[in-house]
Design a protein around this ligand. Structure first.
Ligand SMILES: Cc1cc2nc3c(=O)[nH]c(=O)nc-3n(C[C@H](O)[C@H](O)[C@H](O)COP(=O)(O)OP(=O)(O)OC[C@H]3O[C@@H](n4cnc5c(N)ncnc54)[C@H](O)[C@@H]3O)c2cc1C
Length: 307
């Protein structure tokens, strides 16, 4: 038995889209021992497991998530190691990790400042901005392997990082903590870079609930946001309660009680238009989690090109 008791929570309260139905059996472990106990119990029961960090890249199904959902936000400890190394719990918010690096005058973590996410989510997604990405700073990751029931330490070469991708399969590899390594820097310059990033996001990112970039950029020269702007989608294309943000063509905003189906439908319209007008394949950056309807399964299949 785990010391952590299950809660009935709404997914919408744990995603930046503010979309998502009931989480059948949700846990918010307060420390690593509790987290491992929940994961061991889930492994024994054979129930389906879903891991959620900040929900900054996740579309949770409006029908919700059955089985066990583990929310990592309370695993938010920070421990400076050597001069340039810092260890983080998987649930540390990226603004907090950026500040921890700044506090030690370390550069390389400035990109984290404006990204709504956790260390675990950033590793899984290889999150990045400002020409920096998570792959460059990760030195080791401690994870629970649901297949073996063991805690393992993975080194960067096992993490298979590429653009917004890693080899972490969240249904099997649950990140508990990670050690990141930064470079000695100048606190004033680090701080200035962070302030500029925050100021840029304030004016260029929407205030309404959203999940960040819905598509990976088809190419560096052809960012998805610009393509959508050229197609006249910004602030115009709409599906149910969601629309393409008037501020950023690759962001979908939830303006009127949008559902997961609304988001997927609008994404598909965007993907088809990019293909039709530019001959490019847009691949989703957002992930879809939970109990999909038949319609959503078909939409997601077309969006991801999976069978
Ligand atoms: C306004 C806005 C701006 C954004 N800007 C950027 C940006 O500049 N750059 C960028 O890269 N992204 C950006 N994002 C997207 C998002 O914030 C990042 O992808 C972030 O890393 C997601 O982290 P999370 O904890 O929210 O992940 P979640 O959405 O909670 O989860 C994402 C995936 O990671 C898995 N996961 C989460 N925690 C763990 C864990 N401990 N172990 C194993 N798997 C785990 C989940 O199961 C899921 O598959 C932005 C989002 C928003 C809303």
């Amino acid at each position: 038995m785990s010391a952590c008791t299950p809660q009935a929570l709404m997914g919408a309260n744990f995603t930046t889209y503010r979309i998502g139905g009931p989480l059948e059996e949700a846990y918010q472990p307060a420390g690593e021992a509790e987290m491992i106990a929940v994961l061991q119990e889930t492994r024994r029961s054979g129930k389906k497991l879903t891991v959620l960090g900040w929900g900054g890249n996740s579309i949770i199904a409006s029908r919700g998530i059955s089985g066990v959902t583990v929310i990592t936000r309370k695993l938010d400890w920070v421990e400076p190691k050597f001069l340039t190394r810092i260890a983080f719990g998987a649930g540390v918010h990226l603004a907090k990790s950026a500040s921890a690096a700044l506090k030690q005058s370390l550069t390389g973590g400035e990109y984290m400042i404006g990204i709504p996410g956790t260390i675990g989510g950033a590793i899984r997604m290889n999150a990045g901005a400002l020409g920096q990405e998570t792959a460059e700073v990760v030195r080791s990751v401690n994870l629970f392997n649901l297949q073996t029931g063991e805690v393992e330490t993975w080194l960067p070469e096992q993490l298979g990082f590429s653009y917004r991708k890693s080899s972490i399969d969240p249904q099997r590899h649950i990140i508990l903590s990670a050690e990141l390594e930064f470079q000695p820097g100048d606190a004033a310059k680090i701080s200035e870079m962070m302030e500029q990033s925050v100021a840029f996001r304030k004016t260029h990112h929407p205030k309404e609930p959203n999940g960040g970039s819905v598509f990976k950029n088809p190419s560096k020269e052809m960012p998805a946001g610009r393509l959508m702007e050229e197609l006249g989608a910004k602030g115009v294309w709409r599906e149910g309660g969601v629309m393409v943000s008037p501020l950023h063509g690759n962001f979908i905003v939830n303006v009127d009680n949008g559902t997961s189906t609304d988001v997927l439908k609008l994404m598909l319209r965007m993907k088809r238009a990019i293909h039709e007008h530019y001959g490019l394949d847009a691949h989703p950056e957002n992930l879809f989690l939970g109990d999909a309807t038949e319609e959503e399964i078909a939409l997601w299949r077309e969006l991801t090109g999976s069978q």
